[in-house]
Ligand binder design. Structure first.
Ligand code: NI
Length: 255
């Protein structure tokens, strides 16, 4: 069956895993039903790459920001540089940024840089893409304090935390994890979240869904997450794709 309106709210096509066949893959991805991709950056170099792809492909957009794992080579004027990049018409968000307590990265620096980018998104009135890995407490302390127009990507919190995010006016995105056997939280969240706050993503090339787990992921594989979500919500797969595509366009102010 052919599906349409697959919108990938969060991917990384600059990753070297795509180096051998990036163009071929992206040249043909619309024929697999993909209508939109937001390439998220992790530093200035990947931000420029994201913009390059967005210029080449009508369905691609860019988010520009510093990921907590990429704080070592940050220029002192990074906020100005990000602000400059957002003047490009296809830059739709600040991101990805946030907190990652899985790795041993100084928490004070992570929080400082996250807070600065939250403020940048508010100053520029742009959406914010948030990375929260094993850092729910501190991440949500800052989100509560500033209430940015945010998407918490690869959401890994409980149903209660999802409800709080929704109450704060935020969106969440889910991807391949909902197809994993041990993904109880994600599946509960997928079943309970108000459908108008849900976006789909791959985080490609990572987080490939079952049956491709561990392999390279691309945006067309969102279908597997959509099938799982449709099943737990008693909805049609195309209906889930249509609604999440509309949600992504609303969140990122596309068209
Ligand atoms: Ni990511």
């Amino acid at each position: 069956m052919n599906y349409e309106n697959i919108f990938d709210a969060h991917a990384h096509y600059d990753d070297k895993w795509f180096d051998d066949d990036r163009s071929t893959l992206l040249d043909n991805i619309k024929s697999k039903g993909v209508c939109g991709i937001v390439n998220n950056s992790v530093d200035l170099k990947t931000a420029e790459k994201s913009i390059e792809y967005a210029e080449k492909y009508d369905f691609m957009y860019a988010a520009v920001g510093f990921h907590p794992e990429n704080l070592d080579d940050m220029p002192a004027d990074y906020l100005d540089r990000l602000a400059e990049l957002t003047k490009h018409e296809k830059v739709v968000a600040i991101g990805e940024t946030g907190l990652d307590y899985h790795w041993d990265i100084p928490k004070d620096k992570q929080k400082k840089v996250f807070e600065e980018q939250i403020k940048l998104s508010l100053d520029l009135k742009m959406p914010l893409v948030v990375h929260d890995r094993e850092a729910h407490g501190d991440t949500f302390d800052l989100l509560r304090k500033y209430r940015p127009n945010a998407l918490v990507h690869c959401f890994s919190g409980s149903v209660e935390l999802m409800r709080e995010a929704v109450k704060l006016g935020m969106y969440i995105s889910l991807g391949g994890v909902v197809t994993f056997k041990n993904a109880r939280h994600s599946v509960e969240v997928a079943a309970e979240i108000p459908i108008d706050r849900l976006l789909l993503e791959t985080d490609a090339p990572y987080m490939a869904p079952v049956p491709f787990r561990g392999k390279r992921c691309d945006s067309s594989m969102i279908l597997y997450a959509a099938e799982k979500i449709a099943a737990v919500r008693n909805m049609g797969v195309q209906e889930v794709l249509n609604i999440t595509c509309e949600n992504a366009k609303r969140f990122y102010n596309i068209e």
